[in-house]
Design a protein around this ligand. Structure first.
Ligand code: NAD
Length: 440
């Protein structure tokens, strides 16, 4: 099929390359000329495992092109909207200006019969509003919403082999137009459908809500265990054993029950805020008031780590050398948007600490946002002379650190395991003062 992807960031670039990998002819359109030039040359503009390989081969095959001109999307039968929906400055609501601008720019280039498919995460009601605009300005085209669930770090696999497909179609599953839209999307995702991927065809509002409620649930699960970690700390209990034990209950499950410095990134924080803000607009703010609390618990975790760091240094971080291991919001990504690790580093720097940050992939992005921090690409360099080490992002190379080798580099063998991924007994045996989150 002929596809266009409007917006080629973490979501759109992977979607474009993956769709070309599946055999479709794809044009990716973005307003960022530098990003488009990189992608067109077959270079991934951000770190995502597996993306460079499929990008290179798809560009070389001629099935994948990139452009800054919306007119280049005009040949496509299906147009995916994958632009950003960040938090609005000064409020919790989503900023829909990118979605609106992209939609507006695309309308004059829509061929009769073409399908516009929203992938961006949007407040419920957005698809119905855009469908209204389309009915006025390009009545021969139609709109569906197909939320995206990919995880950074696994984005290629999640796009090629999603765990479910959700189609929000015009009029819902029972409508003739909706059924035709679903059939078109089935063609796009034929490989996944043939592999037995569950597929839910529903109306716009449900599809929009599926995405934000999934993120709300995941955020709640993380904040729940972080709240337990606070109680564990006050009582001498071990939150990791607690998570293992409750996680054996199949109704609860062990995943997303790791206490630590909390969630971040370009999705969960802004999505739960936007969801709560949308509920307020709908007059149902009380229903999602708990999400405000989940957000507060999450942000408190960052403060708890900062406080623990100051405590570990005897009450003041001023002029003390602190090594921060990890700056991205999660491992296997270079994304530092709303990263708890970066936040902790900045807060400690604000307290006068001599902070040095290392990360396998995130330094460039972090430096752009926070040039006041010192960075090194070498873990050994970061550890050298440190009076405190904070493991802030659980990259495998930090999990695999040898405590004896690390202790030979630092000035004081004291570590805060902000992700509860190290073996406390092993680190203590090597002479370290080990502090986890909610662990004795
Ligand atoms: P991003 O900021 O990495 O990418 C957005 C891209 O859109 C940028 O490259 C930007 O230049 C481009 N853009 C902005 N306005 C444009 C316009 N008018 N025309 C063309 N391009 C335009 O954001 P992202 O992380 O890829 O997220 C995109 C959407 O997908 C968001 O709604 C997000 O919530 C959702 N989402 C993201 C992920 C993820 O893991 N990153 C997962 C699921 C859903």
């Amino acid at each position: 099929m002929q596809l266009s992807i409007i917006g080629c960031g973490y979501l759109g670039a992977v979607h474009a390359a993956a769709m070309a990998e599946l055999g479709h002819t794809v044009v990716g359109v973005d307003v960022d000329a530098h990003k488009v030039a990189e992608l067109a040359a077959g270079r991934a503009p951000f770190f995502e495992p597996g993306l460079p390989e499929i990008l290179r081969s798809a560009v070389a095959s001629g099935r994948l092109r990139f452009s800054t001109a919306m007119a280049d999307a005009s040949a496509a039968e299906v147009h995916f909207l994958a632009v950003g929906t960040p938090q609005q400055a000064g409020t919790d609501a989503a900023d829909l200006s990118y979605v609106d601008a992209a939609f507006d720019g695309l309308i004059p280039h829509l061929a009769p019969g073409s399908l516009v498919v929203g992938k961006s995460t949007v407040p419920v009601g957005t698809a119905a509003r855009l469908a209204g605009l389309l009915a006025e300005r390009a009545p021969e085209a139609s709109l569906a919403w197909n939320p995206e669930f990919l995880r950074e770090g696994f984005a290629v696999k999640d796009t090629l082999q999603p765990d479910r497909l959700v189609y929000g179609v015009a009029g819902g599953a029972g409508d003739a137009v909706g059924r035709a839209q679903a059939a078109t999307l089935d063609q796009v995702y034929r490989a996944a459908i043939e592999a037995g991927t569950p597929r839910i065809v529903t109306d716009y509002a449900t599809a929009e809500l599926v995405k934000v409620s999934a993120n709300a649930f995941l955020a709640t699960k993380i904040s729940f265990i972080n709240a337990m970690s606070d109680i564990a700390e006050a009582t001498g209990a071990d939150v990791t054993a607690l998570a293992d034990a409750i996680g054996h209950d199949a109704r609860i499950g062990r995943r997303f029950l790791n206490a630590g410095i909390g969630f971040g990134g370009g999705c969960l924080p802004k999505d739960i805020r936007a969801f709560a803000a949308r509920a307020e607009e709908l007059g149902r703010g009380e229903a999602l008031a708990f999400l405000r609390e989940m957000d507060a618990i999450n942000l408190r975790q960052r403060q708890r780590v900062v406080d623990a760091a100051v405590g570990a240094l005897g009450g003041s971080a001023f002029n003390r050398r602190i090594a921060i291991l990890g700056v991205t919001f999660k491992p296997d990504s270079d994304d530092v948007r709303d990263s708890p690790a970066l936040d902790v580093a900045v807060q400690l720097k604000g307290l006068g600490a001599d902070v040095i940050v290392t990360d396998p992939e995130g330094i460039e992005n972090a430096r752009r946002r926070h040039p006041q921090l010192a960075y090194t690409s070498s873990t050994a360099e970061a550890l050298r002379g440190a009076e405190l080490v904070v493991l802030a992002t659980e990259w495998s190379e930090f999990r695999a650190l040898d405590p004896a080798e690390a202790s030979a580099l630092v000035a004081r063998p004291s570590i805060i395991d902000g992700r509860n991924v190290l073996d406390p007994a092993r680190w203590r045996a090597a002479g370290w003062t080990y502090r986890g989150i909610g662990r004795p």
